[in-house]
Design a protein around this ligand. Structure first.
Ligand code: PGA
Length: 252
């Protein structure tokens, strides 16, 4: 019922030559493999969205961005609005990533405002939550991620428009991952939290991704957990073979 989503977060990586190669390679594979069960999206930096979007045309590979503003337009020097992303052909936008929360002081209230604006512009939102290592060590994981979710879920969210990504901060880019049991527990808690806010139907249909050091060799175990409906992939999404292998782990 929930179609798995494999999302690649390129972060601040990619100049013209390598980005073109990566997007073109993934688009070619997507065109060749017509019957994949998963949906795949790449989220390049703003500067590469147009180029990547052109290369994806005619394939089922989708385009997403890594952030957006709360406003549709206006006096916000250096910012990009959700409507601009939609205009460029983006279908998704990642919001509330821990690197934005940490580097730019983004609060859950701001993330919620961005998410509302993104939905209004016709984008789908990949909403990130995750605990720090200290919070995990203090036994606060479930409370932290449930709180972030409650405060950042936009009104009107549904399983069609919002995807949640659980990304433990300490697992991002470190090669470390929580145990499968821990991931299963957090995802079950997140689904319960979604049902508390949006009702059982939304909770049943909303996809919950795991992110944080997902690689080809751990993808199959993580993605076979009942409440894990895909992955948000950073480092491994910069190599076409690795990123594709993570998706292919679903159909293996
Ligand atoms: P990683 O990043 O796969 O490099 O750990 C994941 C993310 O930050 O989305």
């Amino acid at each position: 019922m929930r179609r798995p989503l494999i999302a690649g977060n390129w972060k601040m990586n990619g100049l013209k030559a390598d980005s073109r190669g990566l997007a073109a390679e993934l688009a070619t594979r997507m065109r060749a493999e017509r019957n994949v069960s998963f949906e795949m999206v790449i989220c390049p930096p703003f500067t590469m969205l147009r180029t990547a979007g052109e290369l994806l045309k005619g394939s089922a590979l989708k385009l997403g961005a890594q952030d957006c503003h709360t406003a549709v337009s206006g006096a916000h020097t250096g910012d990009i609005s959700p409507l601009m992303l939609w205009d460029l052909g983006c279908e998704y936008v990642i919001l509330g990533h821990s690197e934005r929360r940490a580097d730019h002081g983004e609060t859950s209230a701001l993330v919620q405002a961005k998410a509302s604006a993104a939905l209004n512009a016709g984008l789908k939102v990949i909403l990130c939550v995750g605990e720090t290592e200290a919070q995990r060590d203090n036994g606060e994981t479930i409370a932290v991620v449930s709180g972030q979710l409650a405060e950042s879920l936009p009104p009107g969210a549904s399983g069609d428009t919002v995807v949640i990504a659980y990304e433990p901060v300490w697992a991002i880019g470190t090669g470390r991952t929580p145990t499968l049991q821990d991931v299963a527990q957090v995802h079950a808690a997140l689904r319960w939290e979604v049902s508390r806010h949006l009702g059982g139907k939304a909770a049943e249909s909303m996809r919950l991704l795991y992110g944080g050091s997902v690689k080809p060799d751990n993808a199959r175990d993580l993605l076979s957990l009942e409440d894990v409906d895909g992955a948000l992939v950073g480092g491994a999404s910069l190599k076409a073979d690795d990123f594709w292998a993570i998706g292919a782990a679903i159909d293996a």
